[in-house]
Design a protein around this ligand. Structure first.
Ligand SMILES: Cc1ncc(C[n+]2csc(CCOP(=O)(O)OP(=O)(O)O)c2C)c(N)n1
Length: 520
């Protein structure tokens, strides 16, 4: 990525300038579902300077898959992939997963085509308000106004939208809208300025106020008799830069209980990492859990609030006065602030397995083999089996609502792995975000189970409509057959031993697989 140094000059037709600018900013993959207005950009993926063979393009059969894939890529790579979407209709199809990406604060750059400037006002049939739609999910939205601005617009979208978070919870999704005629304009020029190395405006630990704040925070966490908790997310739960290890050691040094979000972006978990307890999904349970503490440090997360406003339900999940809640958010240089707090509380002296108060997972421990392998497959047996088989270094993309409840604890002692969850509550993220899709497990319980729980919880009288609208058994979906239609090897498991065998086989195969886990 162009960080530091001087501006890079780019030229060609508008589309070539666009792709050269992407390459200059380090973008090397495009998840696309293009149309007429994006054809020149498709052509430029081969011809643009700097892109050449390094630019990978992936066709996704629905735009929400483009968005899910770019979200997953951003979470794992820490830099943006681009989506290439056809006008407002393509962007509209991508919105649910772009919402998840916004909540995950994943860096994602949407490139969206637009009508040629001279036809837009005649309102051709695909015309719509693309900017209006983009703003609902984007921290940065711009329509390029002239071809010579394409290169700087690409750079601004990445620098301001994808990398330079405001810390206001707006996420890191940027949308650049490029009119068709600007893409085919010839002899276009532009310059790509270097990208910033850290968010502009972030409070640095050199700042006197930041030091005083962190000293106060350290004191509050270590106050004799205090009952502290740390709620960590985002950059604080990644092994990259050693952040998660430092946060775990801060928790151990202060005797604080470590929590993560219920719907988390990415946790680097397993042997060698700290184990964070997951905040309960239902708000009353979360409030009950957090009411055990009298001081809470939030690191790189928003203050947790209830997911829905239930009748007489809570809003804030941390039941403490403001002065008892300390926040290190994106207004700070988070890496540097974690490091300073780490030293301030004397966390360097913490040794996992020696004096870490059980915060770190120090040895491999997988769930035991089932005692009755021929028993009907349950959700909990499925979770144990996955944790028994998952390879070291794998990426688990988990969007289970009820079926995966036991997986989080079952996988605690697995070799180091990354765990991604769905962050924005929009379901349907599962298969798309895997950078190299290997195995999809469909938890085929044949119902929208969480909605049955919601009906019960909200005391809505059960009716035939309620059944119709939450059942998936009339007719049941043939997941294995759908997979086969995509050329994916599929199997069906109804018992624990069938699931174990399917899992072992799928993990030993090089191509993609799907297991339809028929849960009883
Ligand atoms: C894009 C989107 N559409 C609809 C919903 C509403 N919704 C929330 S949970 C749910 C059912 C989930 O069922 P499933 O994923 O099969 O998991 P289970 O409840 O069986 O554990 C639905 C339809 C949503 N959250 N997001």
């Amino acid at each position: 990525m162009a960080k530091g140094g001087s501006a890079e000059e780019v030229s060609g037709n508008g589309a070539e300038v666009l792709v050269s600018a992407l390459a200059a900013c380090g973008v090397d993959v495009v998840f696309a579902n293009p149309g007429t207005t994006e054809m020149h950009v498709v052509g430029a993926l081969d011809t643009a300077r700097g892109a050449g063979e390094s630019m990978r393009s992936v066709l996704c059969l629905h735009e929400t898959v483009c968005a899910g894939a770019a979200d997953g890529y951003g979470r794992m790579a820490g830099k943006p992939a681009a989506t290439l979407l056809h006008l407002g209709v393509g962007l509209g199809n991508a919105v649910a997963n772009l919402h998840n990406a916004r909540r995950a604060r994943s860096p994602v750059l949407n490139l969206v085509g637009e009508m040629s400037t001279w036809i837009k006002e005649s309102d051709p049939i695909l015309n719509m308000d693309i900017e209006g739609l983009a703003r609902t999910v984007s921290a940065f939205t711009r329509t390029t106004s002239e071809a010579d601005a394409i290169a700087s617009d690409v750079r601004d979208a990445i620098a301001v939208g994808c990398l330079d978070s405001t810390g206001e919870g707006d996420g890191n999704v940027a949308t650049l809208i490029v009119p068709h005629d600007l893409a085919f304009e010839r002899e276009v020029r532009g310059a790509v300025l270097p990208l910033p190395s850290s968010p502009s405006g972030a409070l640095s630990p050199q700042d006197e106020g930041v030091r005083t704040f962190l000293e106060g925070c350290a004191e509050a966490l270590r106050r004799p008799g205090a009952k502290p908790a740390i709620y960590a997310a985002g950059a604080a739960t990644l092994s990259r830069s050693g952040n998660f290890e430092k946060v775990g050691k801060i928790a151990a040094a202060c005797g604080a209980k470590l929590y993560c979000e219920s719907l988390f972006t990415r946790l680097d978990r397993g042997v060698g990492a700290p184990h964070a307890s997951r905040l309960p999904y239902f708000p009353q349970d979360a409030v009950r859990e957090l009411s055990k503490y009298d001081v809470v440090l939030i690191v790189d997360a928003k203050k947790p609030v209830a997911m829905f406003g239930y009748e007489k339900g809570p809003v804030d999940l941390i039941p403490l006065p403001e002065e008892s809640v300390w926040e290190i958010d994106r207004g700070f240089d988070v890496d540097a602030a974690i490091d300073l707090l780490y030293r301030e509380v004397g966390a360097e002296k913490i040794r996992p397995g020696v004096n870490c108060r059980g915060v770190f997972v120090t040895s491999e421990r997988r769930p035991p083999k089932p005692t009755r392998p021929d028993a009907k497959l349950t959700a909990s047996a499925m979770c144990s089996s996955i944790a028994r088989h998952q390879p070291a270094g794998c990426i688990i993309v988990d969007e289970s609502l009820t079926s995966g409840t036991n997986y989080y604890e079952a996988s605690k002692g697995c070799p180091a792995f990354s765990h991604l969850f769905q962050t924005g509550g929009a379901i349907g993220i599962g298969p798309p975000p895997r950078p190299r899709l290997r195995l999809t497990i469909v938890c085929a319980n044949r119902r929208y189970n969480i909605l049955n729980l919601e009906l019960e919880k909200q005391k809505v009288t059960s009716s035939s409509h309620a059944r119709n609208l939450t059942s998936l058994d009339n007719p049941p979906v043939g997941w294995a057959k759908i997979a086969e239609g995509f050329g994916v090897k599929a199997s069906i498991a109804t018992t624990v031993e069938e699931f174990d065998a399917s899992l072992a086989e799928a993990l030993g195969r090089s191509g993609p697989s799907l297991i339809e886990a028929r849960l009883g």
